[in-house]
Design a protein around this ligand. Structure first.
Ligand code: SF4
Ligand code: SF4
Length: 417
């Protein structure tokens, strides 16, 4: 029987399909970080599907479901765990966007959220906010929770801005032509990642285009249900990314999975076809390189390193890239990859989750770091700035000096001189 989802939203059919496909078997429960942590049915994927269904069918006030939906990380660990093929992400993203239009937030909450949405996706504004936020850190003990968790995530020192050329030519015979998405937060917190990615690509015969007009991909906004703003800033990239590139490369997991969802985000919009064509060319850095094949034999490290690869949820669960980064790392001489327990569990970063739900995020980080330490690595590698930042903060909190690097940096470091 078709569920009676009461909504004129264009994505109602996808939401109804997700609800219909769920047979309540519970196979997804073990994969869900919040269910593992809180042990509540309503904090599991099955429970949340039930809640969203009842709100959408007008059988339950949205406010009753809200705390459980807010605690969902959007990590998508439940999607590959589901034997019925429930597209939980279609339901969650559509539901959050619908609710955001109607939701009345307390004034301080609304202000904190506005600040997040108006700064994080814009590198210049974020840089300014991060610099002024350092002053605000002195007020941490007296600030409301929403602001305190936001400020506590800012680093004490920002790296200097490092602009990249508009085009980095391929070295040797050209094997590809790509556009590199520089990201928003990443450009400010870790500009060295894009530099390393561009150099590794160029050294492997890929011409790398990095248009200066490019902006955020909108994923961070999509994650919190601000789809109109997400569309607006995504459109900026449609116009400036060259149409003839083989691929649009992302170096952050959330950017890749968010851009792959453009088809749904732009459903019914005038530029739907353009968004779909754009979206189909998006691929993660490690997946692209693994597919292309490294041209250089990596020189490797001078001494043995034990390395843990931290799977970002939006690479592992949302884009199914588990083997590609490992294959690249396994090709590096003197690098020994070691696996950790519960590798598929989120580290607590999850977009703005560590701002919205700091306690759960902190506990997930502690658990992740405990799993990592048990493997006794010399280095942790990830393909996502969110995980990298989260792990660095937790290591610093525990007075650990274990380095965390992006896979592009490790490939560059291991390349022949
Ligand atoms: S595994 Fe799939 S079908 Fe089973 S309860 Fe979870 S979402 Fe529903
Ligand atoms: S997205 Fe993650 S946190 Fe949310 S229900 Fe699925 S597994 Fe749980």
């Amino acid at each position: 029987m078709r569920h009676q989802i009461v909504s004129d939203d264009l994505r109602a059919p996808e939401m109804a399909e997700a609800v219909e496909k769920c047979v309540h078997c519970g196979f997804c429960l073990a994969a869900c970080p919040t269910y593992n942590l809180l042990g509540e049915e309503m904090d599991s994927p099955r429970g949340r599907i039930y809640l969203m269904k009842n709100v959408l069918e007008e059988n339950l006030p949205a406010a009753e479901a809200q705390p459980y939906i807010d605690r969902c990380l959007g990590c998508m660990a439940c999607v590959p765990a589901c034997p019925s093929g429930v597209e939980y992400g279609d339901l969650l993203v559509g539901y959050r966007a619908l609710q955001e239009k109607q939701r009345q937030r307390p004034p301080l909450d609304a202000l904190a959220r506005k600040l997040i949405c108006e700064t994080l996706p814009y590198p210049r504004r974020f840089r300014l906010a991060a610099l002024s936020g350092k002053l605000g850190k002195a007020l941490l003990p007296v600030l409301p929770d929403a602001f305190a968790s936001m400020l506590s995530l800012l680093p004490d020192k920002l790296p200097p801005a490092r602009p990249l050329p508009a085009v980095l030519p391929a070295q040797g015979e050209r094997r590809g032509k790509v556009a590199l998405l520089l990201g928003c937060v990443q450009q400010v917190l870790a500009p060295e990642i894009s530099h390393a990615a561009a150099q590794v690509l160029a050294r492997n015969g890929v011409e790398v285009h990095m248009p200066r007009q490019q902006g955020c991909c909108g994923s961070i906004l999509l994650h919190v249900g601000e789809e109109e703003q997400a569309r607006d800033i995504a459109r900026r990239n449609f116009g400036c990314i060259p149409a003839d590139v083989d691929a649009i490369i992302t170096t952050a997991a959330g950017c890749g999975s968010g851009m792959k969802d453009y088809e749904l985000l732009f459903k019914g919009q005038a530029d739907a076809a353009r968004a779909a064509a754009f979206s189909h060319r998006v691929i993660d850095f490690s997946a692209y390189l693994a597919r292309l094949g490294l041209r250089e034999t990596t020189a490797g490290f001078s001494s043995q390193r034990r390395v843990v690869y931290q799977d970002a949820c939006h690479l592992l669960h949302a884009q199914s890239h588990q083997s590609e980064p490992r294959a690249l790392l396994n090709g590096i001489a003197n690098l020994r990859l070691v696996e950790i327990a519960d590798a598929g569990m989120c580290c607590g970063s999850a977009g703005t989750y560590n701002i919205d739900q700091p306690e759960i995020a902190a506990e997930l980080s502690r658990r992740k770091v405990a799993s990592i330490l048990a493997a006794e690595p010399d280095l942790v590698v990830s393909g996502n700035i969110g995980c990298i930042t989260q792990l660095r903060q937790e290591f610093a909190r525990q007075n650990l000096t274990l380095p965390v690097a992006h896979i592009a940096e490790v490939l560059l470091q291991a390349a022949p001189a």
